[in-house]
Design a protein around this ligand. Structure first.
Ligand code: SF4
Length: 381
């Protein structure tokens, strides 16, 4: 059985094309340091061998840009770059990659005096000159602040959809059609709602599906299945990523999990929309980032695993703990969790909701987190 597909338009990304009924492309992102060219090329090749149609890299500065040029020389894989705060890097990276992802929520971080529309024009011009596709990548942890000011605090879907829609309109008005969008959240039900609504509003735009910070397998795979399988069965989705917190030598598991999702949906065996909720809806929910070049201490993945083990006793409690690998996204993406930790080079920051608790050594954080978790359980008993 073939997967039913929405009639989105065609978008070429190097040697693959998404949309318009083309096969759904599974992709991933390198978690090696981009400046470590050897390790990054090895990871790209391993991901490509596992079936990745596109591999994303983080490039945040000139040293990573120089590494990217060398990486490009050493691999034929289709490469995408993830832009963060510095939108101007689009001009430098575009000649070396096949796709650029930008996040509307990060455009205000540099040159606040310049309008977001001008910044997007810079990115679009760079993509057009460099023969690149674009992804407008909206993420629950970094929503454009201009979209959230007049909204109820619990309305996450409205601001994300508004943000992506205005960027689509701008790209359309600039005559740039080679783009796709992603609307990622760590909550599978919200991923379903977001993408259904966007697909209904813009049936022409190809969609990159994913659950952000899905966490460690097997829970991270189950969360992703609960969002992606119902969407794919409805014809929504042209490319996908399964974001898993795994060590570098297991990163290809993201591709394997993505391919299994596609095989299940093609066989009519995907999870339905009303599948019984996973733990994140009923008990302790650990969300953790998949790590990337920006991770600030290599102990991050190990720490995420230790937190999962240490917190098993709290399984029945509906408490969310977010574990993030860096200061770029860590502070924002832990705001919605009951407890959050994000990793710095020497210390781990601990938060209760949006309130910072302190900074602790890698050997101290587990005990301190347990104290906070016990307090939370006691308050809810
Ligand atoms: S939180 Fe930081 S380390 Fe983790 S995936 Fe996001 S940017 Fe990378």
């Amino acid at each position: 059985m073939r997967i039913k597909r929405n009639p989105t338009r065609e978008v070429r990304i190097g040697s693959v094309t998404i949309g318009a009924g083309h096969p759904i492309v599974v992709q991933s992102m390198c978690a090696t340091k981009t400046t470590n060219v050897e390790a990054t090329v090895e990871q790209i090749d391993r991901l490509a061998a596992a079936g990745a149609g596109v591999v994303r890299l983080a490039v945040d500065n000139q040293a990573e840009l120089r590494a990217l040029v060398e990486i490009r020389r050493r691999t034929t894989a289709n490469l995408s770059v993830d832009l963060q705060e510095n939108y101007r890097l689009a001009v430098d990276v575009a000649p070396w990659v096949d796709k650029i992802r930008y996040n509307p929520g990060h455009l205000g971080h540099s040159e606040p005096e310049r309008s977001w529309q001008d910044k997007v024009r810079t990115i679009v011009d760079a993509a057009a000159a460099g023969d690149c596709a674009l992804r407008i990548g909206v993420n629950c942890g970094s929503i454009d602040p201009a979209k959230t000011t007049d909204r109820a605090a619990d309305d996450q879907i409205g601001p994300m959809l508004e943000s992506v829609s205005e960027h689509c309109e701008l790209l359309d008005s600039l005559g740039f059609r080679r783009y796709c969008v992603s609307l990622k959240d760590s909550n599978p039900a919200r991923v379903v709602a977001l993408n259904r609504r966007f697909a209904a509003e813009r049936p022409d735009v190809p969609i990159h599906l994913g659950v952000t910070e899905a966490g460690m397998p097997p829970e991270g795979i189950l969360k992703t299945r609960r969002a992606l399988e119902p969407l794919l069965a409805e014809g929504i989705g042209d490319t996908l990523r399964v974001s898993l917190t795994v060590p570098n030598d297991r990163k290809q598991e993201e591709i394997e999990a993505g391919r299994q999702i596609l095989a299940r949906v093609a066989a009519g065996e995907g999870l339905a929309d009303d599948a019984p909720p996973a733990d994140e809806a009923t008990g302790l929910n650990i969300i953790s980032c998949p790590s990337c070049s920006r991770v600030e201490n290599e102990r991050f993945v190990e720490l995420a695993g230790q937190i999962r083990e240490m917190t098993r006793y709290a399984a029945p409690w509906p408490i969310t703990i977010a574990v993030m690998g860096c200061r770029v996204n860590g502070p924002g993406e832990t705001d919605h969790a009951d407890l959050g930790v994000w990793c710095g080079p020497q210390h781990v920051r601990l938060k209760r909701g949006t309130e910072p608790i302190g900074s602790f050594g890698y050997d101290e954080i587990l005990a301190r987190l347990k104290i906070e978790l016990d307090r939370l359980i006691e308050a809810r008993t």
